[in-house]
Design a protein around this ligand. Structure first.
Ligand SMILES: Nc1nc2c(ncn2[C@@H]2O[C@H](COP(=O)(O)OP(=O)(O)OP(=O)(O)O)[C@@H](O)[C@H]2O)c(=O)[nH]1
Ligand SMILES: [Mg+2]
Length: 234
């Protein structure tokens, strides 16, 4: 397997839908999931680059592993559930600190998932009817409720992160570009999320390559060392 050129990590509380988002994007489906243990990754080829996308466990007991998964990451997807305000609070309180091991110019996306469960989901083009007993589970949506976390709350968190990382708003992508509302269930905005990040990460790969010192030695210009005492190896 080729070494990945870059790394993207999904972080966020348990049950917000990290695994489901990744499976929706990589496998184009919304399977039943079990709560993640530790972490797992997919390799995505984007243009001629290999990007690893890491799914992490949101459960408190795996918290200690988070900073290890973030090491060297080029982008981090901070995921919350639009129906659970506490999951947004947790991003700041519990997960942001884990990102200190990421690359110094790491990008942040903030993603509010499960928008299909909200009344606003209907406005986002998710017009499917409520489940009926004979409807396939994957084809139905649950009764909708007003959205509990607004996109502006995510934008405010994005700006706080920039302050925490001491980054200038002018040097990073705008909050409006990096805050998403998604549904792993319907696929709403899922491609947009991942592919926006891939497009932003590619120039970072190119820059790293340009900065990396060359390890190639031109042996044709090397003269053999002079031997002072022939035959002696001491
Ligand atoms: N309605 C709806 N349900 C979702 C969506 N995304 C995930 N779910 C459901 O939410 C539950 C948790 O999803 P996971 O993807 O396992 O959540 P996770 O963030 O990976 O959780 P951990 O692995 O425990 O950290 C599952 O029952 C999913 O089917 C979504 O967009 N809409
Ligand atoms: Mg999971």
């Amino acid at each position: 397997m080729r070494k990945p050129d870059s790394k993207i990590v999904l972080l966020g509380d348990m049950n917000v839908g990290k695994t489901s988002l990744l499976q929706r994007y990589m496998e184009r489906r919304f399977p039943d999931t079990v709560s993640t243990v530790g972490g797992a990754f997919y390799l995505k080829q984007w243009r001629s680059y290999n990007i690893s996308i890491w799914d992490t466990a949101g459960r408190e007991q795996f918290h200690g592993l988070g900073s290890m998964y973030c090491r060297g990451a080029a982008a981090i997807i901070l995921t919350y559930d639009v129906n659970h305000p506490q999951s947004l609070v947790e991003l700041e309180d519990r997960f942001l600190g884990l990102t200190d091991t990421a690359s110094k110019d790491c990008l942040f996306a903030i993603v509010g998932n499960k928008v299909d469960l909200t009344e606003e989901g209907a406005l986002a083009g998710q017009e499917k009817e409520k489940c009926s007993p004979d409807t396939d589970a994957g084809d139905c949506v649950s009764p909708r409720v007003p959205k509990q976390v607004q996109l502006e709350d995510a934008v405010a968190l994005y700006k706080k992160i920039l302050k925490y990382k001491m980054l200038d708003e002018q040097d990073v992508p705008a909050a409006e570009q990096m805050c998403f509302e998604t549904s792993a269930k319907t696929g709403y905005n899922v491609d947009l999320l991942f592919e926006t990040l891939f497009d932003l990460v590619v120039p970072m790969i190119l820059q790293q390559r340009a900065e990396r010192p060359s390890h190639t030695v031109d042996i044709s210009s090397q003269k053999p060392p002079k031997r002072t005492r022939p035959g002696c190896c001491a």
